[in-house]
Design a protein around this ligand. Structure first.
Ligand code: KIV
Length: 258
C-alpha cells in the first residue's frame, strides 16, 4: 500500500521507526522503494551526484530532471523533493511556483524546505493551505552553510537549543507533516521529538528521533567524503573500482571478450 503523510504520523503514534533515504536516479531508487517509507530527492544530489561543491548551485530544472527519474521508480514510498536554494526564500508565491513545478511535472508528493525563521514558517503555512504537504528541516541546514560558517553541529548552546525547539513547534503549527533534524545533539533531538505530534526524522541527531535518514551515497560507501555520523553499509567505491580495473585488465590482455 502506498505510504502517505498520514502513514508517517501513524508510525510515530505506534512507536515504529520511519526509514528514509535520498534518491537521485532510477535503478537504485527501485531498490530503495522496497524498504524506505520516505524517499527524498534531496538537494544533496548536487554534491554527491553532480559534483558541485555545495548544495547551493543546483537549480530547480536540475532537481526536476532527477525528480522525474526517481518518480518512475517509486511505487510505494512517500516521495518528497527538496526545494533548491533560491527557489522559495523570497516568500509564499515563489515557493508555491517552485513546488507546483515539482508536483505537476516531477510527480513530487511533498516538498522539503530548510529553516524555521518566522517568514519561512509563513511560507510553510501558505503552502500547506494551498495543498502542498511540507516537510521542515532545521538544525544544520546545508543551504545556509556560509551563514553557519561550515557544516557544524547546531543547537549546542542553551539559547540555540531553545531557538530550535521553538522553530520546531512553529513549523508543526504551520502544518508541516514531518521535520528533519540535522546534526544537533541527541538530547535536543529527543526533546523536540517528545514535544511534537508530527514525526521527526534525524540525520546525525542521535537515536531518539521518530525516524532516520541518510544520504544513500554515504550509506553505500559511494561518497568521496561521508560525515562522521554515517555508518557505511557497503563499500561500493571499492567494488566499482575493482570491477572497472578488472575490465580494463581483461580488455588490455585480450581476455574480454572471449
Ligand atoms: O538533501 C538531502 O539529502 C537532505 C538530507 C540530508 C536530509 O536534506
Amino acid at each position: 500500500m502506498a505510504i502517505t503523510i498520514h502513514t508517517l504520523r501513524k508510525l510515530k503514534q505506534q512507536g515504529k521507526p520511519i526509514v528514509a533515504l535520498t534518491a537521485w536516479e532510477y535503478a537504485t531508487t527501485q531498490l530503495l522503494d522496497e524498504t524506505a517509507d520516505l524517499i527524498l530527492v534531496g538537494d544533496s544530489l548536487a554534491m554527491v551526484a553532480l559534483g558541485y561543491p555545495s548544495t547551493l548551485p543546483i537549480t530547480l530544472a536540475e532537481m526536476l530532471h532527477h525528480c522525474r527519474a526517481v518518480r518512475r521508480a517509486v511505487h510505494r514510498s512517500l516521495m518528497v523533493v527538496d526545494l533548491p536554494f533560491g527557489s522559495y526564500q523570497t516568500g509564499p508565491a515563489q515557493a508555491f511556483e517552485a513546488a507546483s513545478h515539482l508536483m505537476k511535472e516531477g510527480g513530487a508528493e511533498a516538498v522539503k524546505l530548510e529553516g524555521g525563521y518566522p517568514r519561512l514558517v509563513e511560507t510553510v503555512a501558505f503552502l500547506v493551505e494551498a495543498g502542498v504537504p511540507v516537510c521542515g528541516h532545521i538544525g544544520l541546514t546545508p543551504q545556509s552553510v556560509h551563514q553557519l560558517g561550515g557544516y557544524r553541529t547546531q543547537g549546542t548552546s542553551e539559547a540555540a537549543a531553545a531557538r530550535l525547539l521553538a522553530q520546531a513547534k512553529d513549523l508543526q503549527e504551520a502544518g508541516a507533516f514531518a521535520l528533519v533534524l540535522e546534526h544537533i545533539p541527541s538530547e535536543l533531538a529527543a526533546e523536540i521529538t517528545r514535544a511534537l505530534a508530527i514525526p521527526t526524522i534525524g540525520i546525525g541527531a542521535g537515536p531518539h528521533c521518530d525516524g532516520q535518514i541518510l544520504v544513500t551515497h554515504d550509506l553505500l560507501g559511494l561518497s568521496e567524503h561521508a560525515p562522521p555520523f554515517v555508518r557505511p553499509y557497503a563499500d561500493l567505491r571499492g567494488v566499482i573500482a575493482q570491477a572497472v580495473s578488472r575490465f580494463g585488465d581483461d580488455v588490455r590482455t585480450r581476455t574480454f571478450p572471449t
